[in-house]
Every structure is written in C-alpha cells, then in structure tokens.
Design a protein around this ligand. Structure first.
Ligand code: SF4
Ligand code: SF4
Length: 498
C-alpha cells in the first residue's frame, strides 16, 4: 500500500482548513511509520478512547461475534461421539479435534496439519489481508464486542470516557470505575476457566471447582494465572496485544502485496483532502483541487488502534472496519458515494484491478493442495490402534520343552478411539504360535496397554539364525496393523530334539 514518500516535493498538498483559503499545505506522510499512534514522544502510553462504531459492517460483525462467542464458550461442553469438540491436553499429551482423539503417536499428522494451517494463513492473508483479525480473532471479538461494549455501557461514548478520565474522584466516578473493573475481572475469570476447560477438559475443571482445593493446587494456580492474564490484556494491554505480541500482525509486511485486499483509503478519490465549507458544491471542491475526503477525522476517532488509515496500510490496523462505517456515514451525509474507505487492494484503487490469482498465490495454492492431500491421506489411513513391538531386552531365544524355539517381545498398544477394542495378533508369513502373557488383548478406550508376547516357532520353519517375521494385528476379521520384526533362532546344528 502507500509507502514512504522519498521526495518531499512529491508530498501531496491539501487545502488549508482556513475558510475559503486557496493556500495548500503539505501532508507529511513520511513519519507515520516512525512512531506508534498509542505512544507519545517519550514513549509513554497514550490511552485510546475510540468512538463507538455504528454502521452496517459493525452490525454484521456483532452477529458474527455472537455466533463465535457461543461456540467459544460452549466448545468444551460440546461432545462428538463422547469426545469434546476441541481439547488440547498438553499435560496428558492428548489432543481432541472435532471429536477425533490424537495421541503423541500421531505427530506426523499434527506436523502436516500445522503446515496446512500455516500455508492456509499465508494464502488467505496474501489474498484478503487481515480479515481474520477483524472478524474472527478471539482477541478482537472479546475486546471490541464484549469488553469495549461493556465500557461504552458503563462509561459512555468516547467523549464521556475522556471527561470521566479527567474528572475528580467522586463517588459516581469510583462506582463506575470499580464496577467496570469488577465486571472485567469476572469476565476474565470466565474466559480463563474456558481456556482451562479446553486444556484439561470439563470433567477435570469441575473437579477443581467442587473438590477440596488442596487436591488441585496446580489447577487452581493456572485458573488464577489465566484470569490475571486475560484481565491484564483486556483491561490494560488491549490493542497493544495485537501490535506488540501477536506475531501474525508482524508477518503482514511480508505477506501482503499490492494485490492483497485490505481495509484501504482510496487516496485517488479522497485527496486532496479538505474540510467541507457550508454550501460548498462538489463542482467547487473539484475546482479548488479537493477530493472527497472532508478531513473530518471520523475514521481516526473511531479507530481502536488510534491510527489514521489515510496514511496507508499499517501494522497496527486490525481491519476491524470501524473506519469504513464511519466514513460511509460521513459520505452519505455530504452526498458523496460511500466506499472512500473500503476493502480494496492498492492495484484495485490505482488501476481498478479486481482480486486476481498472482503467480505467488498460485504457487502457495499448489503447495496447500499438496499438503491437504497428504493430510487427508494420513488422516484416513490412520490406524485406530497404534502398535509398537520390541524384542524384550536380554533374552535372545529359548528352546521350549516341546522342542520349539521361542522369542519374547514387548508390545504396546494405544487405543485412539473412545470405545474398547479387542484385538488379536496373527503370524502372517510363517506357521507358529503367538501367546499373550497374562491377559487377553482388550484395549480400553483411549488407553495404552503394554503386554509381553511369546512367539513360538518350530525349528523346521526356521532358517539358520535370524528369521524375518510379519505379524498382523486384527480387530475381528479386519487387519488394522501390520508389524515387522525379527525372530532370533539358533544355528540349525545347535537345535536339540525333545
Ligand atoms: S471519515 Fe472519510 S471523510 Fe472523514 S477524514 Fe476519514 S476518510 Fe476523510
Ligand atoms: S484503521 Fe480502520 S480497520 Fe484499521 S484498525 Fe483502525 S478502524 Fe479498524
């Protein structure tokens, strides 16, 4: 988008706000990237009191946010085939996505899923900029659609908030400030608990809440920690979380190009900006060299990150669309077409180009399709039971009283489903017997079972020394896994007859 203007003489000119003046002043776009809109020259935080947005896009975002908030808070309680919708249990290294249980053994699927996710982000951002940030990011949804609206409700719109901030500490001010912080803290507690439920599951969370606190000190510590973190973010840190912490915002400069669709100011139509004088007609404005921007700064006062979108695409912009609504409202009032600020690409604004598949997008797309294909292959060929078979340490082989040769193995079976699975092991490439020591092979739901297995072969089927073995793991008639190992036997001359 618009970048620094190297040649000062190339700076666009703007009619002076002095009524009737034809003197044009320079707009300096060269330094807006050198400082943050939310910090003063000494680097101190400047608190933002954005005006309450109004408009079609804000209403649409409210609807989307309601849906997302319901999903976000109900997520840990939604069950698919008995499993939660989403659970990232780092403690037990168990992950549930859309009701599917994943174990550490599914690491390759996870790795490919992460690559799909990251490539998808790259493509989506290259094409549509920060659409995610403005409409669906939990930080924006919670900040702008929950905490900010509560703030408007308790303290009023921007000018009332500024007045309250400057006012002396009266009983009314204390009540408003304390009330607001109490609501913020309560909400942060709710959000912190929801995050905890996504990590440890609702059953564990319920135990922490209802059991003796001394039995759940670790869980309680995380509950308090998450609450304080969310309270700090939404009550104090706010837009700075997007600017300083979120890596996605930092990626923008590498992901966006002149074809990316972002929230953008149409500088061709808007400049030269200038206030609208009473009874000034569009023809008079045109004659005076003025564009459609009436320099009312409504787009700036409504911005939750405090920037001026007319300076061009900036790292701080979360594409919340508040400035689009604000400017559309102004354009409607002054009788000009809406869309002076809109979703557009730089090429769209300068050359009227629509979103098109650039070689970069096509390249990313090919990689994404290949990764999705790999992911689906891994997912659909994923075994319900993961088996690991290792030779028992120590013993090589044993000759049994019946003359057969035996090898001892240790088998670990992980049941990735939410139902018990009985399995059976069969030798596939040689006649012999498999004996599971001490138990039958029923693997409880979502559990790991470790058993010792004795394999006995007749010496007549053995070649001298090592013998490759293929073992099938069956659930009913269906083979669910195929294992390979080595059977160690004696040299033919050393076998004794029973
Ligand atoms: S709201 Fe529109 S008209 Fe007003 S300053 Fe912003 S871009 Fe210009
Ligand atoms: S510039 Fe516009 S879209 Fe970007 S954060 Fe500010 S109000 Fe939202």
């Amino acid at each position: 988008m618009k970048t620094e203007l190297k040649d000062p003489s190339a700076l666009p000119t703007v009619p002076s706000p002095d009524a009737g003046s034809t003197v044009l002043k320079k707009v300096d776009w060269s330094d807006f990237r050198d400082h943050l809109a939310t910090a003063d020259k000494e680097g101190r935080r400047m608190w933002i009191h954005p005006r309450k947005p109004k408009g079609k896009l804000y209403d649409a975002r409210k609807m989307v946010s309601w849906v997302l908030l319901v999903i976000m808070f109900a997520g840990p309680f939604i069950r698919i085939q008995g499993n939660p919708l989403l659970m990232i249990n780092i403690v037990e290294r168990k992950f549930v996505i859309l009701g599917q249980v994943f174990w550490p053994q599914d690491l390759p699927i996870f790795a490919v899923a992460m690559l799909v996710f990251l490539t998808g982000i790259v493509i989506f951002t290259a094409a549509f900029g920060r659409l995610w940030c403005g409409w669906t990011c939990p930080q924006t949804v919670l900040m702008e659609m929950v905490f900010r609206r509560i703030e408007y409700w308790i303290e009023g719109d921007s000018h009332q908030q500024k007045a309250l901030a400057k006012a002396p500490w009266t009983a009314s001010k204390i009540a408003k400030k304390v009330g607001k912080q109490a609501v913020f803290f309560g909400l942060s507690f709710l959000i912190g608990n929801t995050l905890l439920a996504y990590i440890i599951g609702t059953e564990e969370l319920q135990k922490i809440v209802t059991d003796n606190p001394m039995n759940h000190l670790k869980g309680l510590t995380f509950m308090v920690l998450f609450t304080l973190i969310f309270y700090g973010i939404f009550a104090r840190f706010r837009e700075q979380a997007c600017t300083f912490i979120c890596p996605y915002g930092r990626f923008q400069s590498t992901l966006l190009d002149e074809n990316s669709i972002v929230v953008a100011y149409d500088h061709k139509r808007g400049e030269h900006r200038g206030i609208l004088h009473r009874k000034e007609t569009p023809a008079q404005r045109k004659e005076a060299g003025k564009g459609d921007c009436v320099d009312c700064k409504q787009c700036v006062t409504v911005c939750p990150t405090g920037i001026d979108i007319r300076d061009g695409t900036q790292m701080e912009c979360v594409n919340c669309t508040a400035c689009i609504d604000a400017c559309d409202s102004v354009m409607s009032k002054v009788g000009r077409p809406t869309g002076l600020i809109r979703y557009a690409s730089l090429n769209g604004i300068e050359r009227g180009e629509k979103l098109r598949a650039t070689p970069r997008l096509i390249g990313y797309g090919v990689v994404l399709v290949a990764l999705i294909a790999l992911f689906l292959y891994l997912l659909f060929t994923r075994s319900e039971v993961q088996t690991t078979l290792l030779r028992a340490p120590g013993a090589l082989f044993q000759q049994m009283p019946n003359g057969k040769i035996s090898n001892l193995y240790v088998v670990k079976l992980v049941n990735k489903t939410h139902r018990e699975i009985p399995v059976e092991m069969k030798l596939e490439n040689v006649q012999g017997e498999i004996r599971v020591m001490g138990r039958d092979l029923r693997i409880p739901a979502e559990k790991l079972v470790e058993v010792s297995v004795l394999i006995e072969l007749d010496p007549s089927v053995l070649r001298s020394g090592n013998h490759p073995l293929q073992i099938g793991v069956y659930h009913g008639e269906k083979r669910i896994e195929k294992l390979k190992t080595v059977f160690v036997g004696p040299r033919a001359s050393t076998v004794t007859q029973p």
